[in-house]
Write a protein that binds this ligand. Structure first.
Ligand SMILES: *Cc1c(COP(=O)(O)O)cnc(C)c1O
Length: 363
């Protein structure tokens, strides 16, 4: 015979299971309503025989590749029994993840707090607030993890993008980003890319792509493009997980101050370091090539693509290179696309822009 107290616990348990089932159904409905993102093809006359493809992750409903991650993190928390009806949700984020998580929290009717550095682009802070989220701003970017843990200790569900990105995504398939790219490449002249290029924020995207390439037995190599002096760039050289950044970066979403727990060094084939001025110049150039604005990390990826393509051209190779357009450029109208703001940061990408345009023979 269950005691009265026990019965209350079990009844509560049933209510929670019902809520969890309903929440999962809502996430599945959202996935069914969403279309896959486009794979844009660009021919650059300076690189005959090399096809450039850009996976446009800005076209998700929340404007960045973090839409995939946020969906996965909520699914992971629900299926692990860590997320209950009415429970507040928290995460540390430089912005893009927070926007996507706020969107999914609203979908599930849960209060959401984003812990972010005070220097995050104002537009992103407004976007989180417009979705009903609360922004808890910290002065030192290195403090975001401790502050998120502080909220979790008071009962919030910590989605923990930096701790869980690498495992929350089903790397074997289930329409993850790697499966989607390779399926979309199916009818191209070189369907098995020579390279896939992505950045490293949580490390989740690179882990998923690297694992999937092995799982499918492909020859495609994985290149991570990251800002010069980042924690990951420094850690990669010595395979040292304790390495720290030696330089700050203006490129949001990547260039982490430390080697995040989700980085899987073993599945990365090459790391290309990119100066911020080159990343910003490349983001400007992408607008000329694609007719739309994308964020700084898309520029970082593009610089690495060019470097890899030049090496292929020098060796007389042909093939395809796939890269990611990680988020919408509108988020950076007051920063990377604002010359006054750039001047105030002591950054002038004009010369880098001319050099890049020259390498593309767009002159
Ligand atoms: C998160 C992010 C990345 C890096 O992706 P990860 O999967 O977290 O490594 C790149 N660009 C932008 C804009 C991001 O928000």
């Amino acid at each position: 015979m269950p005691t009265a107290a026990n019965a209350a616990v079990f009844a509560d348990h049933d209510v929670q299971r019902d809520w969890c089932r309903d929440a999962l159904a809502r996430l599945q409905q959202e996935a069914a309503r969403s279309a896959d993102t486009h794979l844009l093809k660009v021919d650059l006359p300076a690189f005959p025989g090399i096809g450039f493809y850009f996976k446009d992750e800005s076209s998700h409903p929340t404007g960045s590749l973090k839409h995939r991650l946020a969906r996965s993190l909520f699914l992971y928390a629900l299926c692990n029994g860590r997320l209950q009806a009415g429970q507040p949700v928290v995460d540390a984020s430089s912005g893009s993840t927070a926007i996507s998580e706020a969107w999914f929290a609203r979908l599930l009717g849960l209060p959401f707090t984003a812990v972010m550095p005070a220097c995050t682009a104002p537009r992103k802070i407004r976007d989180v607030e417009a979705l009903g989220g609360v922004c808890d701003l910290v002065d030192n970017p290195a403090d975001v993890h401790a502050r998120a843990a502080w909220h979790a200790a008071r009962g919030a569900c910590h989605l923990d993008q930096f701790g869980l990105a690498e495992r929350a995504t089903d790397w074997r398939g289930n329409n993850n980003i790697a499966e989607s790219i390779l399926q979309q490449m199916g009818r191209e002249p070189d369907p098995e890319p020579a390279w896939i290029v992505c950045g490293a924020g949580t490390g989740g995207t690179s882990a998923t792509i690297g694992r999937y390439l092995r799982y499918r037995g492909l020859h495609t190599r994985l290149c991570v493009a990251d800002p010069a002096g980042s924690g990951f760039v420094n850690g990669w050289r010595m395979r040292d997980r304790n390495a720290l950044a030696t330089q700050p970066t203006l490129i949001e979403g990547i260039g982490r101050p430390r080697v995040e727990p989700g980085f899987v060094f073993e599945v990365v084939d090459e790391v290309v370091e990119v100066a911020d001025t080159a990343s910003i110049a490349a983001a400007w150039l992408l607008e000329d090539l694609l007719g739309r604005r994308y964020g700084g990390s898309s520029g970082t990826n593009f610089v690495a693509c060019l470097q890899l393509a030049e090496a292929m051209r020098a060796r007389g190779e042909r093939g395809s290179i796939v890269s990611l357009l990680c988020d919408r450029g509108e988020r950076y109208e007051q920063t990377l696309f604002d010359r006054d703001w750039l001047r105030a940061q002591g950054v002038d990408p004009a010369a880098a822009f001319e050099r890049l345009a020259g390498r593309l023979a767009l002159g």
